[in-house]
Design a protein around this ligand. Structure first.
Ligand SMILES: [Fe+2]
Length: 499
């Protein structure tokens, strides 16, 4: 109510006065319709089932629908307070992370635990025969509180919440070297973290069950074999790959900004294709839609700040230099062309390292991010080589893999080849890289493959802990200088730290 009174009711008036237009020129697209359109209308499918799941938009938290040609029909909806997104967020808060930010950390922590508490989680939520679900509101307070999501009855089930600053380590992870000296109460904190990891595993397991149930039901109702997913829950790449593996849907499409960041895209596509009936011509097959910086801007920045650099006329030479450093165990900041749409770094604003080195997780964490072990590093692999390393048949045909939206097992035979990108449960959140869409990144991985026999790079987002992903050459340079990264590549330029 507060956000409606202060903001949302006045959006039309604000638009009118700021843009100087008449009210009848303003059209609102419903939140979940925008989500649905943001996936289906830029998918390669002429016909597909659509599933949108998030926290809440207007009063809706999830929808089922069908897209045919230019049309989208939403057939069913689930309404507030019954929300899978808000259920997951309650656990995000309980586990000491920021709501709407830290959900992926819950997903990353889950493999360190066992889903011991699924029975308790099922006290909070019930799934219905028609594919819908309902929360038991006795355990929550997000429907009447602005700052708390769960109540005492909830902590009665799961214990005290995890303090946000508590370091994460368990018996299994040991105490990471980059955390410093182990605390005196090491054993106790380690046991507590194991409990929290078990809670994370339990909510993740129930979320996956609910999504599988919804997807199966949607398949039964529509008989379709293709599925478009949108809404913040669509970023749960572990659940996505289970939907692909365990439901009759054969192909999924999810675009990289599946959360609310994709709302504008969906609204625009819905008006253009569905309302105005313009032909669908656009398939989003890469994520590089952000701003890029010209050579002149980069040189001006480097010169104005007296930064020593090398400029490479020849791409091969630049790539050789980068590969040489990666093989030596160095960590390279890599900023190229347009930045990525959506929350994942996909090789244009990335930090790169050698995935074959078992020490590399700790090296990158210590040098760059000071991140906890539950945040796995992702592998970028040439699309045509993906099946050699990952359990994803026909990897190149699956769009979500272009955007790191599937977590799949690393082939057992390859886990020892790729220790730095294999998560504790033997999985990896792969990115398939195509020559046509990311030429220079593709060439780099290919060259690394020629040098090492392994066409895979460790790719993590180009930012420090708690900061947004870098955008400008200036952002990139500052992040580079604040960290212990060894080299920085800005398009054709390379900057290095003095040895
Ligand atoms: Fe949303």
């Amino acid at each position: 109510m507060i956000s409606w009174m202060v903001d949302k009711l006045w959006v039309a008036t604000t638009l009118q006065s700021e843009l100087g237009i008449k009210k009848d020129k303003i059209l609102f697209s419903e939140h979940h319709l925008s989500h649905a359109a943001s996936a289906y209308l830029c998918s390669p499918f002429d016909e597909a089932a659509i599933l949108t799941v998030d926290g809440v938009g207007e009063w809706v938290t999830a929808t089922y629908g069908v897209g045919r040609g230019n049309d989208i029909r939403l057939l069913k909806q689930i309404e507030f307070p019954h929300s899978l997104g808000l259920l997951y967020s309650a656990f995000t808060a309980f586990l000491g992370f920021e709501v709407n930010e830290g959900e992926y950390k819950v997903m990353g922590m889950a493999p360190y635990g066992k889903p011991r508490y699924v029975d308790k989680v099922w006290k909070l939520v019930r799934q219905n025969a028609d594919g819908s679900f309902a929360l038991n509101m006795d355990y929550f307070c997000f429907h009447h509180s602005t700052d708390r999501t769960y109540n005492r009855k909830f902590t009665g089930l799961f214990g005290d919440p995890r303090p946000p600053k508590m370091l994460f380590f368990t018996q299994e992870t040991g105490f990471p070297k980059y955390f410093g000296t182990p605390p005196g109460n090491y054993a106790e904190v380690s046991r507590l973290n194991q409990h929290y990891a078990d809670v994370a595993a339990s909510i993740q397991a129930v979320t996956e069950e609910l999504l599988l149930h919804m997807a199966n039901h949607l398949h039964k109702e529509t008989g379709l074999t293709r599925l478009c997913i949108a809404g913040g829950v669509g970023l749960n790449s572990v659940a996505n790959s289970r939907i692909l593996r365990e439901t009759p849907f054969e192909e999924l499409y999810i675009q990289p900004a599946a959360g609310d960041g994709g709302g504008a895209l969906g609204a625009a596509l819905w008006v253009y294709n569905s309302l105005l009936g313009k032909p669908r011509q656009f398939v989003m097959n890469h994520a590089y839609w952000g701003h890029s910086y010209g050579e002149g801007e980069i040189v001006a920045f480097l010169r104005d700040n007296n930064i020593a650099y090398r400029r490479f006329e020849n791409e091969d030479e630049l790539l050789d230099q980068v590969v040489h450093r990666l093989v030596q165990g160095k960590v390279v900041g890599w900023s190229q062309g347009r930045f990525e749409w959506g929350p994942r770094a996909l090789g244009n604003r990335s930090i790169l390292a050698d995935p074959r080195n078992p020490e590399m997780k700790d090296i990158v964490n210590a040098k760059i991010k000071f991140r906890e072990p539950y945040r796995p590093f992702a592998p970028s692999v040439l699309a045509e080589d993906a099946e050699k390393y990952f359990e994803l048949p026909d990897a190149a045909k699956h769009y979500p893999a272009r955007y790191m939206l599937y977590v799949v097992p690393v082939k057992i035979s390859q886990q020892s080849t790729l220790p730095a990108i294999t998560h504790v449960d033997g999985t990896g959140r792969l990115q398939t890289v195509f020559r046509d869409e990311s030429q220079r990144y593709y060439n780099l991985i290919q060259r690394f493959g020629q040098a090492t026999g392994v066409p895979v790079l460790l790719n993590t987002s180009f930012n420090l802990k708690g900061e947004p992903i870098v955008n400008t050459p200036e952002n990139a340079f500052h992040t580079f200088s604040k960290s212990e990264m060894d080299a920085l590549v800005l398009d054709n330029f390379m900057v290095e730290k003095a040895a």
